[in-house]
Design a protein around this ligand. Sequence first.
Ligand code: FES
Length: 110
Amino acid sequence: MQDNIIQVTVVDREGIEHNLEAPTDMAMNMMEVCKSYELPVEGTCGGMALCASCHVYVLSDHELSEPSEDEENMLDQAFFVKSNSRLGCQIKITEVIDGLIVQLAPVNGE
Ligand code: FES
């Protein structure tokens, strides 16, 4: 494994798995990584926990940091929320999440 690079898997809305490499030294988050691979994640609010367009389901059993109050509030208003829902923009790319698997949540109305 290259230094400062982790592997994450994103399952898109068609069920196709994408194995992505993400740098841990660029202060990126999952929303930004998805966008950089041109996966259909809008990230409308730019990662401020204000839009829920980066809503994902965490499929692997990684221990992620607890959601902030802002994230919880946003998820309260999002559609199709499950117990493993998170905002992708609030998942920081660090070594702790190496091997993370997330699935893109459906977009509103689909
Ligand atoms: S990009 Fe808007 S909540 Fe994550």
